[in-house]
Write a protein that binds this ligand. Structure first.
Ligand SMILES: O=P(O)(O)OC[C@H]1O[C@H](O[C@H]2O[C@H](CO)[C@@H](O)[C@H](O)[C@H]2O)[C@H](O)[C@@H](O)[C@@H]1O
Ligand SMILES: O=c1ccn([C@@H]2O[C@H](COP(=O)(O)OP(=O)(O)O)[C@@H](O)[C@H]2O)c(=O)[nH]1
Length: 792
């Protein structure tokens, strides 16, 4: 999803500065976008940084931002430098999504005091963000992993609160926001991940109001009683509310978040929607809901079916002495994972003779994690002491009770371990999801094996056929382990089949799609006119002077392949005719088309006000179109025509539309990748020769104009001209967002179809719009009738 941008930028020398300062220090050519700031295209969350007045655009239509990149920079014992897969479930989940998406991944390279150029890794564009050693200590090990991590995991360990850690967290979040702002194309989708970067959404919105911003929290969000301990509890929530959609693993997490918003800010929340008041007195709607993360199920199944991995699984079992039961635990060495509880239960089962050392073994992978954080150092000592004691107490010369592995294994080896294990033990005290549980289920392609799963791991919401346990209840845990070991084959298969079926319903691609569809508004729109919209139509119909302003293509008229064939639906036309006949009611068509072309296809009734070429042309109750080009602009038009004609001639189906103040390159009829490539070439060529031209991106169309304008400006002019007390505006394209953005209280904005929007209402297509216009005409006529009766 790489999109053509003003300039390919590299976030080198990131200093944490924002806006113009950051752009300048990064050596990026900056462009002024005062209009979008003035219009409040999307307003920042309260107390977020002021919108920047200088914006540079990058290349990428999708940008993922997370603390960890999929690869860490490493130096081996011989001083050889290289990259290796980084730890944790976030990377496991996002890697396959990003390989499909052709987006950019902004993150830290896992090493302090080093800067790296952006690079490609395994089909993913990597944009490294540097951290100093002090920031590593304060932002990552300190605030992220010794304040937020324990606080968000039910204070299993006591969180530490230090002001200098918080200051570092703010600085680093600002740097990540600046880096994302530099690589995101205009209007791009930026998906920020996890607790390390909770301030990024609002910071990014301040820098780039044009972006669609999502946030996903991979770890739990704590109940208010715990969250409220945090000295910076308000700032964190303000940071998150900069996003359009905030995703959580579990329903309970989303509920905890919205409760904290209500308690701390008093904002209204309706189901999953938080209404955030903006600086101009309007409401921004932020969605906070659950999207349980998953794994690449088909990918794990495929690996589990590979003969060499199955052979490795047999080798592992043989190496363990081919016991009857192999039990497995796989965790980062983290106090949230409940490793100590698991070992205690296992030790007691051995001590009581309920498990026999001759035919049982526990393989515990405890991969190194956060090794410089004191709590983790202590944990390692405790676990290794416990393992040592258990082995000392229970192992025999030929059989070891626990095979303890303080190592990180590649994915193939993980799959072999899952295949080798009869029982999987996931005993987390609190865990956002726990992908290990899902990976085990995916790999059990023979439908055998038992999963013992903590109810405090997010995975337990979906994997209900596992043996669900409370890890604090050691007796219950012991019973579950024994049940798992002795479970009859038939019951094992039945449970595992159900688990696998459930898992396949939500693969990681489904998770990403669900989140991004919600974020970008691509989710299906229901047919019909919603009741809430009908209520608002009644309200707007009662206004003293009403302006009904309508986009044409895709709104009054369904989209067609040839622009000259577009015609308004008959039902829409009828409704427009009724509206223009009503008192104190003006109708306007607001189109991106040249006015001459709009008049040809729309055949507007005489009193309809017209604006074309995105507001550059106007025809307001007079026969002439107002637009006078300077001689310099006419010369620019000639060069532009030459460039775009040359580009369009390279692909069948692409064409150039002539407009009074510019040209539009249409790519609707060429395959999407070719269309994108043509647009990218056009942008670069025009940029090189005519850098001052304004560029507007629509659905499969790229427009260049020698004079700038947009539908927001056009709507403001129409409002002033008609002195309307309320404005109804409907449109389907991204260019209509400028118009929605200038609407205020007492107006009604209506998005037609899918796609991200700032409009307050949405219907499915032109048929629904025609219904809406007919209803508006009914309500307005009834209002006029009532007034007449009152007067007489
Ligand atoms: O980056 P680290 O500090 O080394 O930690 C590794 C990752 O751990 C956490 O993973 C979480 O995400 C998983 C996928 O959503 C989820 O299954 C698990 O329950 C979470 O704990 C952390 O959230 C990541 O940011 C870290 O990269
Ligand atoms: O030696 C190891 C240990 C773990 N993992 C992977 O690390 C991830 C752990 O994710 P999970 O959600 O279970 O926990 P997290 O570590 O993110 O808290 C899973 O994909 C594991 O397969 C791995 O690749 N090698």
């Amino acid at each position: 999803m790489r999109r053509p941008g003003a300039e390919r930028v590299r976030p080198r020398n990131a200093t944490g500065e924002t806006g113009a300062g950051a752009a300048a220090s990064l050596g990026v050519r900056a462009r002024c976008e005062h209009r979008s700031c003035r219009n409040g295209f999307i307003i920042s969350a309260p107390a977020s940084p002021a919108p920047a007045h200088t914006v540079a655009y990058g290349d990428y239509g999708l940008v993922v931002v997370s603390n960890r990149l999929p690869v860490d920079f490493v130096v081996d014992a011989d001083g050889n430098e290289g990259w290796r897969s980084s730890p944790g479930g976030l990377v496991t989940a996002l890697e396959p999504v990003m390989r499909e998406a052709d987006g950019a991944w902004v993150g830290w390279a896992g090493v302090a005091d080093r800067e790296f150029e952006p690079f490609e890794n395994d089909g993913i564009s990597i944009v490294p963000v540097p951290l100093s050693n002090e920031e590593l200590e304060r932002y990552y090990e300190g605030f992220s992993n010794d304040t937020l991590w324990p606080l968000y995991h039910d204070v299993i360990a006591p969180p530490s609160y230090h002001r200098e850690w918080w200051e570092s967290y703010v600085i680093v979040n600002r740097r990540f926001a600046a880096a994302a702002a530099m690589v995101a194309a205009r209007g791009a989708t930026v998906w920020v991940h996890d607790y390390q970067l909770q301030l990024v959404p609002a910071m990014l919105r301040g820098l780039r109001p044009d972006l669609v911003i999502g946030f996903f929290n991979h770890i739990p969000f704590p109940p208010y009683g715990i969250y409220s301990q945090l000295p910076w509890r308000k700032q964190i929530i303000e940071g998150l509310l900069g996003a359009d959609v905030i995703g959580f693993q579990r329903v309970a997490d989303a509920g905890n978040f919205t409760r904290a918003v209500r308690r701390l800010f008093g904002y209204t929340t309706r189901h999953t929607v938080v209404e955030v008041p903006t600086q101009n007195g309007e409401l921004r709607r932020v969605v906070a809901t659950n999207f349980p993360i998953s794994i690449d199920v088909a990918g794990f199944e495929e690996m589990a079916g590979r003969p060499e991995i199955q052979a490795r699984a047999r080798e592992i079992r043989a190496g363990l002495g081919n016991p009857e039961t192999v039990m497995l635990g796989v965790d980062r060495l983290d106090y949230t994972k409940g490793i100590a509880h698991r070992l205690k239960a296992y030790g007691e089962l051995l001590a009581q003779g309920r498990l026999d050392i001759e035919n049982t073994v526990l393989v515990q992978v405890a991969s190194p994690s956060r090794e410089r954080v004191a709590t983790y150092m202590t944990l390692r000592d405790e676990i290794e002491l416990q393992v040592g004691r258990l082995n000392g107490d229970h192992s025999s010369i030929s059989h070891t009770a626990i095979a303890y592995l303080h190592q990180a294994y590649p994915r193939e080896e993980m799959v072999a371990l899952y295949l080798a294990a009869d029982v999987m033990l996931v005993t987390a005290l609190r865990d956002g999801m726990n992908l290990v549980a899902k990976e085990y289920v995916a790999c059990r392609v023979n439908n055998d094996g038992v999963l013992v799963l903590s109810e405090f791991a997010g995975a337990s919401d979906e994997l209900k056929q596992a043996l669900l346990i409370n890890p604090h209840d050691i007796e219950g845990l012991k019973d579950a382990i024994e049940t798992a070991v002795r479970m009859p084959a038939k019951q094992r298969r039945k449970r595992m089949k159900t688990l696998r079926k459930r898992l396949r319903q939500n693969s990681v691609s489904d998770w990403a799609k669900a989140f991004l569809d919600d974020l970008t508004g691509r989710a299906a729109v229901e047919p019909g006119v919603p009741d809430t919209l009908i209520t608002k139509l009644r309200e707007v119909a009662a206004s003293e002077r009403l302006l009904v302003a309508l986009d044409f293509d895709g709104t009054l008229a369904p989209h067609v392949d040839r622009p000259e064939d577009a015609r308004a639906l008959e039902s829409a036309r009828t409704a427009v005719m009724r509206l223009v006949a009503l008192p104190e009611t003006r109708v306007a068509f607001v189109s991106g088309r040249a006015l001459v072309s709009l008049e040809q296809v729309a055949e507007p009734p005489e009193s309809v006000l017209l604006t074309g070429s995105h507001g550059i042309e106007m025809k307001l109750d007079q026969p002439e179109i107002s637009l006078n080009l300077l001689s310099e602009e006419i010369a620019q038009l000639a060069s532009l025509a030459e460039i775009l004609d040359g580009i369009a001639s390279k692909a069948e189906g692409a064409w150039v539309e002539r407009k009074p103040a510019g040209f539009a390159l249409h790519t609707r009829l060429v395959p999407a990748p070719t269309g994108l490539a043509l647009q990218r070439t056009a942008r670069a060529s025009v940029q090189g020769i005519l850098p001052s031209l304004s560029v507007l991106e629509g659905k499969n169309v790229l427009e260049f104009s020698v004079r700038s304008g947009n539908k927001g400006d056009a709507l403001q002019q129409l409002r002033a001209y008609t002195q309307a007390t309320s404005v109804f505006y409907a449109g389907d394209d991204v260019t209509d967002e400028h118009a929605f953005a200038v609407q205020g209280a007492g107006d009604l904005s209506l998005k037609i179809g899918q796609g991200f929007t700032v409009a307050g209402n949405r219907v499915r297509g032109p048929e629904e719009l025609a219904e809406v216009l007919a209803l508006l005409a009914d309500f307005r006529a009834a209002q006029a009738g009532a007034l007449d009766r009152a007067r007489s």
